[in-house]
Design a protein around this ligand. Structure first.
Ligand code: ADP
Length: 644
């Protein structure tokens, strides 16, 4: 997700520290004041220990003693030293009768016993309590005022953060968004609403309040929202759902209120809430309740009901988890339009590549269609990234323009990481990895008799692959037959089968293949109705369709056990088939693997040449598109292949 321009004031750490310091200072000042005040009201300037008073008494320095409660005010005959006052005070530490005896003995005749003055005591108590509190209050209110002016700590809590993200003109138009034609078409109407609200209101048509953009991450939802704003030439308020939710209950709601107020002032404009599921989660207890989030959501619902669309205020929101959203949010009158922004198809990918290649110097070898074919399943942000990587590669190699080779290399960099040059595989490991990869490719070739791969390589990659097979389908496929899926399973398990056949042992390298194969086998049985045992019964549901698309079983425990057995049976059958195919063509496998061990990389063409030679088949003459190769049995390139 692209971050919008300048971020809001988030660095309130030092400010918090500052305010804490000020509060501490206030407390200290109050305490000191309390002490000083105490002394002032007593009218005594110096306190001495009782023992010192006794000493002075015995030395005959005391002239007069006044006793008030426990406090003795002592007047000395003469000032003792410079700076020591002639009047002291001390606290009586013995019985009053004992003191009287001592005074008599020392010849002090002037001894008074005053009753404590009730009025002064009360005044003293009031002043010593109230004054510090007043002072604290005054200082704190000053502090509070200053911070609210700065939008800092407490004062800024309820304020919408949208201001920080407002963009007067996004400068992005629909031309910058490629491959989302349906989404653009739906949003085009919205742009028209913003342009000419009158046209619709005169007929009596109500303007839509909001549109929800739904799709996997990186497909261009934010970009589309910006393009709508750009096309309509209106300001664009952008913020993320998580910006609303705070620790304090009620803050999110107040931010929503503030955001709408601000937006209404700027109408016509667009409010864009990214990741709206952060606040819009269903309020039922299934996903866990949260007071703050619910209040924020309620406020959002209320605001969406409350505003007048004729002013040209439009709310766009994006999510990749529409299924968790509260139904109230989706009902007509709120987000009444749902715009699907799905993964781009082949044409879409070509267009996205073109948009991003616009400002990049390309040489004549570049065939963006070939790249689009090799990147089935990639989203817009992946493709943008690939073009950029290719440009960087070209610069690194000291060339003036990007070539097809750079682009293909960039595809690999984005999908499987960079080449890991420092990882040196041992001779034995290179052999195992080579046979493993050739196993995959050969199984595919034997099943279809066509070039199965674009290339096979055993150069380790940073994302963990020790080697991999790069497939480039001839055309994009949207459906797979049962036969194709079965062939796909055999292909996945071809690597492990080759290891077992050649080395009579197996390695950890097949972990990813096993995972993928199990996923396909399970889907065939529980989702696609392709097993004889369960027939057409739907046994699992897809969750988070736009994220990982995980399938969750929807059946009893006993059935789940049976499903596991079925999956196991299917995988075993596929594995046996892979072993059969490879053992019948052991000589071909050896030849290709030998080539791969030597050269580290083998292209689809070289592969087929060896394949045809070994099988004694005449090489088909001219091939129209040598780069775009067969192997449609893998419609999507595995996300993180370890060793395929
Ligand atoms: P999302 O909001 O769906 O997660 P973004 O809109 O933030 O994705 O897309 C991220 C980046 O990917 C964009 O800035 C843009 O460069 C690129 N991109 C994604 N989809 C497209 C598209 N359809 N056309 C052109 N560029 C795209």
């Amino acid at each position: 997700m692209e971050q919008n321009q300048n971020n809001g004031p988030k660095n309130d750490g030092p400010k918090n520290k500052q305010s804490l310091l000020v509060i501490l200072l206030c407390i200290m000042v109050s305490l000191v004041m309390f002490n000083v005040l105490g002394r002032m009201t007593r009218g005594v300037s110096s306190e001495v220990p009782y023992s010192q008073f006794i000493e002075m008494l015995e030395k005959g320095e005391v002239d007069r003693v006044v006793m008030k409660g426990e406090t003795l005010t002592v007047t000395l005959k003469k000032q003792q030293k410079m700076g020591t006052p002639a009047t002291l005070y001390t606290t009586l530490m013995e019985d009053a009768s004992e003191l009287v005896k001592r005074l008599e003995k020392a010849g002090v005749e002037d001894f008074n016993r005053e009753k404590p003055n009730a009025a002064t005591e009360v005044l003293y108590t009031i002043l010593s309590l109230v004054l510090p509190v007043l002072l604290m209050f005054f200082l704190l209110s000053m502090l509070y005022k200053r911070m609210s002016k700065n939008g800092g700590m407490m004062g800024g809590v309820g304020k919408s953060k949208a201001k920080a993200y407002v963009q007067k003109e996004t400068g992005i138009t629909f031309k910058d968004v490629a491959g989302q034609d349906e989404a653009k078409e739906s949003l085009q109407e919205v742009v028209d609403f913003l342009h000419n609200p009158g046209k619709y209101t005169t007929i009596g048509a109500k303007l839509p309040k909001g549109a929800l953009l739904v799709g996997p991450p990186g497909t261009g939802k934010t970009l589309l929202a910006k393009a709508v704003a750009g096309e309509a030439h209106v300001p664009f308020f952008s913020l993320s759902g998580s910006d609303f939710v705070e620790m304090f209950v009620g803050v999110g709601a107040s931010r929503v209120r503030d955001l709408f107020e601000e937006a209404k002032k700027n109408a016509p404009c667009i409010i864009f809430i990214d990741e709206v599921d952060a606040i819009g989660k269903s309020r039922d207890a299934r996903y866990g309740g949260n007071d703050e989030r619910e209040q924020t959501l309620n406020q959002l619902l209320a605001e969406m009901d409350g505003f007048d669309t004729s002013k040209g205020l439009l709310i766009l929101a994006a999510t990749n988890r529409p299924e968790v959203l509260d139904p109230a949010l989706l009902r007509p009158g709120r987000f009444d339009r749902r715009v699907i922004v799905d993964r781009p198809d082949l044409k879409g990918r070509v267009n996205i590549l073109k948009v991003h290649a616009k400002n990049v110097a390309l040489d004549e070898s570049v065939d963006l269609e070939g790249i689009a074919l090799a990147t089935s399943g990639a989203v817009g942000s992946d493709l943008a990234n690939m073009i950029n990587e290719a440009a960087i590669l070209a610069v690194k190699n000291g060339r003036q323009a990007v070539s097809q080779k750079d682009l293909l290399e960039a595809v690999e960099v984005v999908l499987v990481g960079k080449e890991k040059k420092d990882r040196i595989l041992s001779q034995e490991e290179r052999k195992i990895v080579s046979y493993h990869e050739v196993g995959h490719a050969l199984v595919s070739a034997l099943q279809k008799d066509s070039e199965p791969v674009q290339k096979i390589t055993i150069v380790p990659r940073t994302m963990g692959a020790l080697g991999y097979v790069m497939h480039v389908p001839e055309e994009e496929k949207f459906l797979n037959t049962k036969k194709e899926l079965e062939a796909m399973l055999v292909g996945y398990l071809g690597g492990r089968a080759a290891e077992e056949l050649v080395f009579d042992t197996v390695t950890t390298g097949a972990a990813n293949d096993i995972e993928q194969a199990t996923k396909v086998a399970r889907a065939m049985i529980t989702q696609y109705g392709m097993s004889d045992r369960f027939g057409l019964m739907g046994l699992s549901e897809t969750q988070n369709q736009y994220l990982d698309g995980r399938a969750v079983l929807n059946c009893g425990d006993a059935t789940a056990t049976e499903i596991d057995h079925e999956v196991m049976k299917l995988l075993k059958k596929s594995y046996d088939e892979a072993k059969r195919l490879l053992s019948e063509n052991r000589d071909v496998m050896d030849k290709i693997a030998e080539f791969l061990i030597q050269k580290e990389t083998i292209t689809g063409k070289e592969f087929m040449k060896i394949f045809h030679e070994a099988k004694g088949i005449e090489e088909p003459k001219a091939q129209e598109k040598p780069v775009e190769l067969e192997a449609s049995e893998t419609p999507e390139i595995p996300e993180n292949p370890v060793v395929e």
